[in-house]
Design a protein around this ligand. Sequence first.
Ligand code: DX5
Ligand code: ZN
Length: 248
Amino acid sequence: APPAVIAPSILSADFGVLADECLNTMKHGADWLHIDIMDGHFVPNMTFGPPVVAKIRERIDKPQDPMGKGTFDCHMMISEPHKWVSNFHKAGCDLYCFHYEATIAPGSDTNSSGYGTAFYPTSPSELIRFIHSYDMKAGIAIKPKTPVDVLWDILEHPNVDDRPDMVLVMTVEPGFGGQSFMPEMMPKVKALRERYPGLPIEVDGGLSEKTIDVAADAGANVIVAGSAVFGASDPAAVISHLRDAVDK
Ligand code: DX5
Ligand code: ZN
């Protein structure tokens, strides 16, 4: 697997002093900031939008290399993700990670020709191309009930530039921090890792010092942790534990 990337989820930060919390977690050894964007429609919760992300960006330098230290990993738990690409690019997002489920009509054929309806105007591959046109990296996330098989065609897109830069396998139902890790998601991670030894694979939900070994053994290398980092008395120690578990 590629080297560990530790991405604290600022959903568990103190929103009253959010930018300070972000700066502190970077000082504690975080690689990326995982920024959970929720619209109250795709998920039953709301967070914040581009103006807040832009204020955090003022305090944290843009990454030197694509997906390097300081990457803003925006986890877009929103419907109509194509509508917000430009705004989040302007706000300073580096990696725009949308949900597969937000681009596919429920019950529609998920094979090559099946996507794209009046309500879902953008297929995953089209959305990835669109994100890349803004010079951002593109991630694709799947919820627990979505099988990993929907991703194969997308990862094998004939145009290499239209392939995702990262896959996010959710290990909880998206919407809230502090839920329990779902180990039954690990076969998805293993299947992805077997086919794609160099692909950044992110896991999100319930990651902690207790669950990291299971995720790392399956092949995940991008580790999101919200409550485990922001709730810790020694966040730097938690971050380095998570890193060592992946890099061991
Ligand atoms: C859940 C979010 C996660 C969340 C993880 O919908 O996508 O990023 O903040 O929180 P923990 O690590 O507490 O499960
Ligand atoms: Zn998230």
